[in-house]
Design a protein around this ligand. Structure first.
Ligand code: GDP
Ligand code: MG
Length: 672
């Protein structure tokens, strides 16, 4: 029996490490935590012919820096002397992204075997990989095509492990896969000489020298040495660029497409991801979406309106016929039907919005948007990846907050969480639709669209400020996978849109239902029990306290205060509140709007465009809904962070709407 070989499986997240690990080790595995951290460590045994193998499945990482816990754990593991050989598992269908880690692993100087996983996907996509040229370009390491899912190529992989673990020919010859530009190589050489003088017998010399040039904290701490003469600045960016340049060359040489799909994608992408036109094109597309949301949505709305008013009349009739008491009729007709039904009439608008988002997403365009935003986000110290949660935020903030899990560092996550609620979610759409329709006439879509742009700008601005405050460095852009464009799949879209509509309907049936009853109660009861006019109700009492505060924003009316407070349960409730407040069965109809307007003008006689825009701004920026708050608390794990964020949003919303209203009033006073 041979001596035990210790193997580490290393690779990007989702490259198939665990699948391969399970396929090779079967059930013989041990699960524990890595020392000192709560990252799971899986260890298992296998045997190739008469050689026992001990295999460790490391957490997925994109690079060997030590910014994240996963990176630290993996880095310590592979550098450990116990590990004889590294099996670097890569997703062969996206070599471009995966090879970055490979190049770093190769620099360690340990035996590396490349397992080209997902070969089945490669075949399905009509791709071919040159299996002779690839190892040549990586310094003659063994490259084994496998498919972990189909259990193909596993024996050949283990064979390679057995035969290449001792001394790799590459190491013996000192063969490097690639070299850096001359000035960097000179520095690496100098540092290696210095290192061997300081720390004779040290392994990983070249890697170590490179890490010194990158100002790697861990390496500098563990092997202190005066290097100021050689390392005059941080070379991290140059080193990253050199690696990516080389990866580009590799991919050009070894990856072939049988079908020439890529060319057309390239051409379209040159326009859509253009550094200058990319963002304006995105804004135009979004503007188009909102224009559609209004026009097509409005056309469909008529049907809903009629249905709702018929239903409301019928219910009232029925209840009166049954001799139901006055308060019950009021609760059902003025409370529930007005509150919930009013929200349902926005279903067509919501439908169009999600249909458009689904098509943009499924066609592959949204990934391009993230790519385009990458450089802007980079300046704000965030990676383009942060934009994906933000795009989701156009739909609903809750999944968007959860999507921040994809970000690498806790700091990135928190920052992205902080700015995501400013992305205008679909629940705010009814508020815009209603108030824009009432005051902006044919410019209503534009007024609504401006909310999305303002939200986006504010989010980016805040990220910039936070980054400046932290004296953060620019985040190096990450490679984002740009999938091929494809014709949106009918089924995917149907499922996506249906799920969103279902969520909306569920919300109408739960949160908004309960909120409507509560609001009805607040407006119909007071200190003396059931009241005849809302002026004496609890709602009025609460609202009136805050009227002076909101007055400078042009919103000094207790009904508006009540609507805004209720809106914290769900943003649509702002609209339901108005319906319940003014006893309108359908807020979203011309008659409903006329009633709202006449009521509001009783409180604020000159309520007009400025006030309504100020209200929209406030709704865009203020405290998000309960569900979002709970998600932020859960995902950040910090009550203090959540509280800080809520206060910030409230203050920001207030300041922005006050400043807008005051400046607006001043200007209109001067010009009109
Ligand atoms: P890990 O994050 O690297 O541990 O990746 P996993 O082993 O969890 O795999 C990620 C996903 O890729 C899973 O859905 C696997 O079923 C899938 N997968 C893994 N290997 C293959 C493969 O060879 N072919 C295909 N088609 N899918 C694979
Ligand atoms: Mg895994």
């Amino acid at each position: 029996m041979g001596e035990m070989i210790h193997v580490a499986f290393v690779g990007n997240p989702n490259c198939g490490k665990t699948t391969l690990f399970n396929a090779i080790t079967g059930a013989k595995l041990k699960v524990a935590n890595w020392p000192g951290v709560t990252v799971e460590k899986k260890e298992g045994q296998a045997r190739y012919k008469d050689t026992p193998l001990n295999i460790v499945d490391t957490p997925g990482i994109y690079s060997l820096t030590c910014y994240t816990i996963e990176e630290q754990v993996t880095r310590n593991c592979v550098m450990d002397d116990e590990i004889d050989v590294i099996v670097n598992i890569v997703d062969a269908s996206s070599l471009e992204r995966n090879l970055y880690l490979t190049l770093q692993l190769l620099e360690l100087g340990k035996p590396v075997i490349l397992a080209l996983n997902m070969m089945d996907v490669v075949k399905d996509r009509g791709m071919e990989i040159d299996l002779h040229r690839l190892p040549e370009m990586l310094g003659d390491i063994p490259v084994v095509p496998v498919s972990a899912a189909k259990r193909e190529g596993l024996d050949i992989l283990l064979h390679a492990v057995k035969h290449h673990h001792m001394e790799s020919p590459r190491l013996a010859e000192g063969k490097l896969p690639f070299t850096y530009p001359e000035p960097i190589e000179t520095k690496i050489e100098k540092l290696q000489v210095m290192l061997s003088a300081h720390y004779p017998g040290h392994h990983h010399m070249r890697w170590h020298a490179i890490k010194l040039l990158e100002w790697d904290e861990q390496v500098r701490e563990e092997h202190p040495m005066s290097i100021v003469n050689v390392v005059d600045k941080n070379y991290e960016k140059d080193i990253i660029h050199a690696k990516y340049n080389y990866i580009e060359t590799i991919v050009e040489e070894v990856v072939f497409y049988k079908e020439k799909k890529a060319a057309s994608t390239d051409k379209v992408d040159r326009l859509l991801t253009h550094p200058v036109f990319g963002v304006p094109i995105f804004l135009c597309i979004m503007a188009l979406v909102f224009f559609m949301t209004f026009t097509v949505g409005d056309a469909l709305k008529g049907v809903f309106e009629e249905g709702l008013s018929l239903f409301s009349g019928f219910a009232e009739h029925l209840l009166l016929g049954m001799n139901a008491s006055g308060w019950l009729v009021s609760l059902i007709v003025d409370g529930i039907i007005a509150g919930v039904g009013g929200i349902l009439t926005f279903l067509p608008n919501i439908f169009i919005l999600f249909l458009a988002l689904a098509i943009l997403e499924d066609s592959g365009y949204m990934a391009r948007v993230a790519y385009v935003m990458d450089s802007i986000m980079g300046k704000a110290g965030l990676s383009g990846k942060a934009f994906l949660p933000m795009v989701l935020g156009f739909g609903c903030t809750v999944p968007a907050i959860m999507a921040t899990r994809a970000l690498e560092t806790e700091k990135d996550r928190r920052r992205t969480m902080f700015i995501t609620p400013f992305m205008s979610c679909s629940a705010r759409l009814p508020v815009y639709v209603l108030f824009a329709d009432m005051f902006f006439g044919k410019y209503a879509p534009l007024a609504s669209f401006s909310m999305y742009v303002i939200g986006l700008l504010i989010a980016i601005l805040i990220a910039l400020i936070l980054n400046f405050k932290d004296k953060g460095k620019e985040n190096d852009s990450l490679l984002i996978e740009l999938p091929e464009y494809k014709k949106p799949n009918g089924k995917t879209i149907r499922i996506y849109v249906w799920n969103k509509l279902k969520d909306y309907l569920t919300k109408a049936g739960t949160t908004i239902f309960v909120a409507s009853i509560l609001i009805w109660f607040l407006l119909n009861f007071g200190m003396k029990g059931m009241v005849t006019g809302p002026e004496e109700s609890f709602g009025a009492m609460i609202g009136k306290i805050l009227v002076p505060v909101l007055k400078p924003a042009g919103l000094g009316m207790w009904q508006i205060v009540v609507a805004l407070i209720s809106g914290i349960s769900a943003k649509e409730v702002v609209v339901s509140s108005f319906a319940v407040l003014f006893g309108i069965s359908n807020a979203n109809s011309p008659e409903g709007m006329a009633v709202i307007l006449s009521h509001i003008r009783q409180g604020i006689p000159d309520f007009g465009m400025l006030n309504s825009y100020s209200l929209m701004l406030f709704c865009l920026l203020y405290t998000p809904c309960i569900a979002t708050i709970a998600t932020i608390k859960k995902e950040s794990g910090s009550l203090a962070f959540t509280a800080k964020m809520l206060v910030f949003q409230l203050v920001l919303a207030y300041l922005v709407s006050v400043v807008f209203f005051q400046v607006g009033s001043l200007c209109s006073g001067v010009f009109l």
